[in-house]
Design a protein around this ligand. Structure first.
Ligand code: NAD
Ligand code: LMR
Length: 330
């Protein structure tokens, strides 16, 4: 039997923490499936190329049957040439004294050229996941600089928030996570995000009804999920890495292979105006996927409690968009 040609997967920030947790899972077949060989294309800044080379040596030593090869680049134009799946992980972290505007500007310097490189050289079927923070707005910058690529191919990661919400709810109800379906994260991957259990189901029963504890929902669950990234930084002394890599695998796996019947996942995708989110903002929604395409779940009722929280997070996204527009990045 002849093997399928390898899928080109570009990973930026390949020598970083998330990269180290991510690359081995991609190469082992967990990203795309056990019948899909992959060729890794790693992008790093020149100072980190040597460390990326070390990771490539370890990848070689795993003798993964599905890994067709690993190439390392410090030039985005080359790294995105022919890429089918682009995982944009590398970003400029916020350092002491840096304002949010400074962070947006610094990341613009990364995601603008990467968007241009994807536009110039990626494969026609390219799918992009932005993990590097601020993920939604970095995705917007990359997308705006890739006018020849359909906008819907640019997504940002809120699957980690989705998974965190599943885990917190499962613990509260003392059920396995697999009993919970239809969790939703709305808005920005930031502390303003809104994890919504009003449409979630626990073994077919409405999750909010099963919890029946508004105080827990408003004062524990929502802030715990929304601020979990900060909690990990505080406790671990570094930002989440393995859980972020795992969520990136889940995001792309489900985008490519489809969501199960009767369930959905959360992805930050360019809004089509659904649920009053201004068109074009890359905001998290409940989505189903099939045949490599996603669709925003329609027709969910939102009460004032949910509406106010979604609006607040969407406003933050609109403010970030306005800031990067002022900087000439989009
Ligand atoms: P890290 O600092 O360990 O690694 C980042 C890597 O990116 C470094 O090796 C760096 O050299 C590289 N890099 C910087 N600029 C680059 C460029 N222009 N091109 C290519 N590579 C570049 O960080 P990490 O822990 O791996 O986290 C990466 C990003 O993911 C951070 O922005 C972090 O905040 C974000 N993150 C997002 C989520 C999410 O849920 N969306 C979760 C966790 C972390
Ligand atoms: C996370 O959600 O764990 C990260 O986005 C936190 C961070 O600021 O890196």
């Amino acid at each position: 039997m002849t093997q399928a040609p390898p899928v080109n997967v570009t990973v930026t920030g390949a020598a970083g923490q998330i990269g180290y947790a991510l690359l081995f899972r991609i190469a082992s077949g967990q990203l795309l499936g056990q019948d899909k060989p992959v060729r890794l294309r790693l992008l790093e800044i020149p100072q980190a190329v040597k460390a990326a080379e070390g990771v490539a040596l370890e990848l070689e030593d795993c003798a993964f049957p599905l890994l067709a090869g690993t190439d390392i680049f410090d030039d985005p134009k080359k790294a995105f040439e022919g890429t089918n799946i682009a995982l944009l992980v590398g970003a400029r972290p916020r350092t002491k004294g840096m304002e949010r505007g400074d962070l947006l500007e610094a990341n613009g310097g990364i995601f603008k050229p990467q968007g241009e490189a994807i536009n110039a050289g990626a494969a026609d079927d390219v799918k992009v996941l932005v993990v590097g923070n601020p993920a939604n707005t970095n995705a917007l910058i990359a997308q705006a600089n890739a006018p020849d690529v359909p906008a819907e191919r640019f997504t940002a990661m809120t699957r980690l928030d989705h998974n965190r919400a599943l885990a917190q709810l499962a613990t509260k109800l003392a059920v396995p996570v697999s009993d919970i379906k239809k969790m939703t994260i709305w808005g920005n991957h930031s502390a303003t995000q809104y994890p919504d259990i009003f449409h979630a189901e626990v073994k077919g029963e409405n999750a909010a009804a099963a919890v029946n504890d508004q105080t827990w929902l408003a004062e524990e669950f929502i802030p715990r999920v929304a601020k979990r990234g900060a909690e990990i930084i505080e406790v671990r002394g570094a930002s989440s890495a393995a859980s972020a890599a795992s969520a990136a695998i889940d995001h792309v796996h489900d985008w490519v292979n489809g969501t199960p019947e009767g369930d959905w996942v959360s992805m930050a995708v360019p809004s089509d105006g659904s649920y009053g989110v201004p068109a074009g903002l890359i905001s998290s929604f409940p989505v189903t996927t099939t045949g490599g395409r996603y669709e925003i779940v329609q027709g969910l009722d939102l009460d004032d409690f949910s509406r106010d929280r979604i609006d607040a997070s969407v406003k933050e996204l609109a403010d970030e968009r306005d800031a990067v527009r002022k900087l000439g990045l989009i």
